[in-house]
Design a protein around this ligand. Structure first.
Ligand SMILES: [Cu+2]
Length: 161
């Protein structure tokens, strides 16, 4: 009788342990299906900050937080830049990407100080890093000259929360 009780107790223990494991596992899968992955890819892309058509060219701006962009990597010491601003240009008529040209961006901080950078062409877009550490509204002004030689400008506000 004593032996049987022991076996039963052991069986119950094993059963409840595996049930708990299964419940745990299901919970985990469910959680990652819901939010985790979608969020992650959104961060990698950077959120669209502004889109505008200027004289036949569609400009799409994205602003990426560097901490998110460099997830899993260590931030280089002494690096002040906090955000990456990227812009893509498209010919509205043909839908073709315009990847050649000179692009300048001026960012005005909430304290009215400003930074101007030449954006480098990289993987189909132009981009540069800026210091946007303070919370508030930043004015982003972009001046660009693409292959057709025309000077175009775009402007938008970006809020750091
Ligand atoms: Cu970039």
């Amino acid at each position: 009788m004593k032996k049987l009780a022991l076996i039963l107790a052991a069986a119950t223990l094993t059963f409840s342990a595996s049930a708990a494991f299964a419940a745990d596992h299901e919970g985990h899968d469910h959680g990652s299906m819901n939010m985790g992955h979608g969020d992650h890819s959104m961060m990698d892309m950077g959120s669209m900050a502004h889109q505008e058509v200027i004289d036949g060219v569609k400009a799409t701006f994205r602003v990426m937080g560097m901490v998110e962009r460099m997830k899993g990597m260590e931030m280089p010491k002494g690096m002040k830049e906090t955000h990456h601003i990227a812009v893509e240009f498209k010919d509205v008529k043909t839908g073709k990407a315009l990847t050649e040209g000179t692009v300048k961006v001026k960012v005005q901080s909430p304290d009215k100080s400003d930074q101007t950078r030449d954006l480098m062409g990289m993987q189909g877009h132009f981009g540069a890093d800026f210091e946007m550490a303070k919370k508030g509204k930043y004015g982003v002004m972009c001046k660009f000259v693409l292959k057709d030689g025309k000077t175009r400008q775009a402007k938008f506000w970006y809020t750091v929360k």
